[in-house]
Ligand binder design. Structure first.
Ligand SMILES: Cc1ncc(COP(=O)(O)O)c(C=O)c1O
Length: 439
């Protein structure tokens, strides 16, 4: 493969190249085993949808650093905003000496989040931190302990977020005891015969088993990310909304992966007619800088007492400036339109692949947040995680970065930067398609 040159992909060495391999050896010696690498390639720099590695290879990015650089790598507007802010104030600590960027970002999020009610926001650093804080807010507001999360959910790696997460290995292995008062409800999964009715019945049974007056919150990803890009059907979300409203339970939408344009609207909830009480943003919000937010009903957001939520770095001024620039890039709707268009065309390709490649059992997602599930056998629908792993390797060796997903690791998810060009996408898909032919 070395020496191959196509329009965007440039392969000067085998992948991983010698410099990446050398860095990986240093990484193994110096860095804890825990952090995993989907693609064992060290990045030097990246622009738009292209990653330039330390060996001079250029790869097309269909992963966006796990759904973060929705607005592309290093867009000019972000770099400019980050530089300008860095020259003025890098850290103030909102808990010590506040600054305008934090407030301005909260104002924007309050205006953009779904729901025609008075809203307030709170900023933190990571998705998991937004999840943790949303549960604190719900408990402070309701005075109740229990939380319901769903099968196949992923909410992060800190203790409450990890407890809310579904998959045991690797996320919970060796980390017990987990938090108490967390319950699990079925998530509709048509491909594996979990219908909306089954999921609704399961939820209703859980509600009466726990007792609605003990439940502080229900947390749901409107489109599950790590779980395999499962969109929640509208009628299921409607039923949840009705239960939560009836019983005074705080309904939390975790849009950490599905938010910030990923599905063709700023929040996936907008397309699903969903009005959660609290909505969580991270990943795409900062366009690459670490920042997250909880946005929701003002009276709920004000439930924790002064000093009850906060942190040293939350809503850092440079990250807030970057997030404001991200919102600026979405402002005129062009990027969202492009995202919707990409969703339609990519879905067509994936459906065509499904017709041609029996290894693809299901294609699903919302807008351009799309995945396909790989199975050993279409009748038994047995998961084929080895095929997903092989496809990832096939792709990165040929200059395309993709990610797996799913509770059995047998889905391939597409999280390309929304600024990817038609040519780059076509080139990457040629590689993906030849990979599918080898399975
Ligand atoms: C839906 C969802 N919630 C929460 C998280 C946790 O975010 P972070 O890794 O920033 O803590 C993730 C990360 O993948 C996610 O996809």
């Amino acid at each position: 493969m070395a020496g191959t040159k196509t329009k965007s992909i440039v392969l000067k060495t085998n992948i991983p190249g010698p410099k990446s391999a050398e860095l990986m050896a240093r990484r193994k010696a110096a860095v804890a085993r825990g952090p995993f690498h989907g693609t064992p390639v060290f990045v030097d720099h990246a622009h738009g949808a292209l990653i330039h590695d330390v060996d001079g290879n250029v790869l097309i990015d269909l992963a966006s650093g796990i759904g973060v650089v929705n607005t592309g790598h290093t867009p000019e507007a972000l770099v400019k905003a980050i530089k300008a802010q860095a020259e003025k104030l890098i850290h103030g600590s909102f808990n010590t000496t506040p600054y305008e960027g934090y407030v301005a970002l909260c104002e924007k999020l309050n205006a953009k989040a779904p729901g025609k009610f008075a809203k307030k926001s709170f900023l933190a650093n990571s998705g998991a931190e937004a999840v943790e804080n949303s549960i604190k807010i719900a408990r402070a507001f309701t005075g109740r302990p229990a939380v319901i999360a769903f099968e196949h959910a992923f909410h992060g790696r800190t203790f409450m977020a990890m407890t809310l997460t579904y998959k045991e290995k690797p996320y919970k292995t060796g980390f017990a005891p987990l938090n108490s008062d967390v319950y699990r409800a079925p998530f509709p999964y048509a491909y594996h015969d979990v219908s909306v009715e089954t999921a609704q019945d399961g939820f209703a049974a859980l509600l009466s088993m726990i007792g609605p007056d003990k439940i502080a919150a229900v947390i749901i990803e409107p489109v599950q990310g790590e779980g395999g890009f499962l969109p929640a059907p509208r009628e299921f979300l409607d039923a949840l909304r009705a239960h939560c409203t009836k019983h005074g339970i705080v309904l939390i939408a975790d849009e950490i992966q599905s938010g910030f344009g990923r599905t063709g609207t700023l929040f996936a909830s907008e397309q699903l007619g969903f009005e959660p009480d609290l909505i969580l943003s991270a990943k795409g919000l900062g366009g690459g800088l670490p920042i997250s937010a909880v946005t929701g009903r003002a009276e709920m957001m004000d439930a924790p007492i002064e000093g009850g939520i906060g942190g040293t770095f939350g809503g850092n001024p440079v990250a807030a400036a970057s997030a404001l620039a991200v919102l600026g890039l979405f402002e005129d709707g062009t990027l969202l339109k492009r995202a919707t268009y990409l969703g339609l065309t990519v879905r067509k390709t994936l459906m065509d692949w499904k017709d041609r490649f029996p290894v693809i059992g299901d294609v699903r997602g919302l807008g351009p947040m799309l995945a396909f599930e790989l199975v050993k056998n279409r009748s038994t629908k047995e998961a084929h995680p080895d095929a997903a792993k092989a496809l990832v390797k096939f792709c990165y060796e040929r200059g395309v970065v993709i990610l797996t997903a799913g509770s059995h690791g047998n889905c391939v998810r597409l999280l390309f930067p929304l600024v990817i060009t038609d040519e780059q996408l076509a080139e990457a898909f040629e590689v993906l398609e030849s990979g599918l032919k080898t399975l």
